[in-house]
Design a protein around this ligand. Structure first.
Ligand code: ASP
Ligand code: MG
Length: 407
């Protein structure tokens, strides 16, 4: 017997037929003798609609009321799934975040989980009942207000609940059947990974692989929660996200991710003096603009070009900030280019193997793809290329690292 948290995303509960399908899946796990808690998202599209309504009424709406509105999507699916389960003879009960309770800080719209009391859920499971918990939701105890965890936050809810009830596994059911070496829509010969380490999954999630929310992977890694990603529509094993010690044959590169969410900014002819980087990035940080990749070349005539990437959504704010600081920073011009893609190769094998980055540069050179910016971490190399090369670059790298499966 195992204790399992099963999480179903928006597409898995998109209509009543799918909710019935989810109920059948839960029933199977229960009948196999497992203790089960379920976490659900809102029906596909519902949260988007709720967010839109708030924005339409007032772009600067009250954050506490925003949470009161957007948390309702999950309330609906908990109740519906509990009914569907009861209909097929499974004892089930819905739980909102405040009923568990899942306590968070007061950062409405993107609250952080502070504590989860798993005792009531554990008690119910021991009695043979299936708790159906609303993902995405929490409660802030000081003001006793409903909070939400940020878009995609029900993955985080599932992992946090799995940790709180000491589950043996957290199964994330979604519309893909696992974690792939890259996006199968771009590379049909992409392979499904049986296992991937927390570290790699965290890097992949943070650079654009969209299967799991980044914060949920962070938490799984911290709390050592075994996570499985699998399809709610097909009956086959998915991919496990686990400790790297559990992975016997570690490939050098495990996956290739891409993101078109970044924009490139170049500051032309910045005075090359001590403190200039602190001044530029200090101004951006103060404006809440996250900077990712950075290059600065050696200045020849006392000035230098500085290039970096920011999220596309932050580009306008970055530009205004830098324009305002121009007198201070002394740059000649700001050049913004949103037509870029970031391509990343990730693998824990990089720690012990040399030449990984060079394989990347060679493969891109062979396809005549110009690299604009490079950044590396212990287990990742990322390059920035023209957005029109996204697919070509991903395919070339997938082949170069020997990741192609049988065609
Ligand atoms: N329903 C929320 C969203 O769409 C949370 C989630 O599905 O993970 O962002
Ligand atoms: Mg999701």
């Amino acid at each position: 017997m195992a204790r399992i948290v099963m999480k179903f995303g928006g597409t898995s509960v998109a209509d009543l037929d799918r909710i019935r399908n989810v109920a059948d899946r839960v029933k199977r796990e229960v009948e196999a003798g497992n203790e089960v808690a379920v976490v659900v998202s809102a029906m596909a599209g519902v949260t988007n609609q709720l967010v839109k309504w708030c924005q339409e009424l007032s772009p600067l709406h009250d954050a506490r009321e925003y949470d009161a509105v957007v948390a309702t999507g999950e309330q609906v699916t908990t109740g519906l799934l509990a009914i569907a389960l009861q209909t097929i003879g499974i004892d089930a009960r819905s739980w909102q975040g405040w009923q568990v309770p899942i306590t968070t800080d007061g950062a409405h719209g993107k609250a952080r989980v502070e504590a989860i009391d798993g005792s009531l859920l554990i008690e119910r499971m021991a009695q043979g009942q299936v708790p159906v918990v609303a993902g995405f939701q929490g409660v802030e105890p000081a003001r006793n207000r409903i909070t939400t965890l940020g878009r995609g936050g029900s993955d985080l809810s599932a992992v946090a609940i799995a940790a709180a009830v000491q589950a043996d596994r957290c199964d994330i059911y979604t519309d893909v059947d696992g974690i792939y070496t890259t996006d199968p829509r771009i590379v049909p010969r992409a392979r499904k990974l049986e296992k991937i380490s927390y570290e790699e999954m965290l890097e992949l999630a943070s650079v654009g692989a969209k299967v799991l929310q980044t914060r949920s992977v962070e938490l799984a890694m911290k709390q050592r929660v075994r996570v499985q990603v699998l399809s709610s529509f097909e009956d086959k094993p998915g991919s496990l996200v686990v400790d790297e010690d559990e992975i016997v044959e570690q490939p050098v590169v495990s996956g290739i991710a891409y993101s078109r969410d970044d924009a490139k900014v170049t500051l032309r002819r910045v005075p090359d003096r001590p403190g200039i980087a602190a001044a530029v990035f200090g101004a951006l940080a103060a404006a809440n603009v996250n900077v990712d990749m950075i290059v600065q070349n050696i200045g020849a005539d006392g000035s230098t070009d500085m290039t970096f990437t920011v999220g596309k959504a932050d580009l306008a704010r970055a530009r205004v900030t830098l324009e305002r600081a121009q007198a201070d920073l002394g740059h000649e011009a700001i050049i913004a280019d949103p037509d870029v893609a970031k391509i990343s190769v990730v693998g824990i094998g990089m720690r012990s193997h040399a030449g990984i980055a060079n394989t990347m540069f060679k493969a891109l050179a062979e396809k005549n793809i110009n690299i604009q910016v490079i950044s590396t971490s212990e287990i990742k190399v990322s390059v920035l290329v023209g957005v029109e090369y996204t697919e070509l670059a991903v395919r070339a790298l997938h082949t170069a690292y020997g990741l192609d499966g049988p065609g």
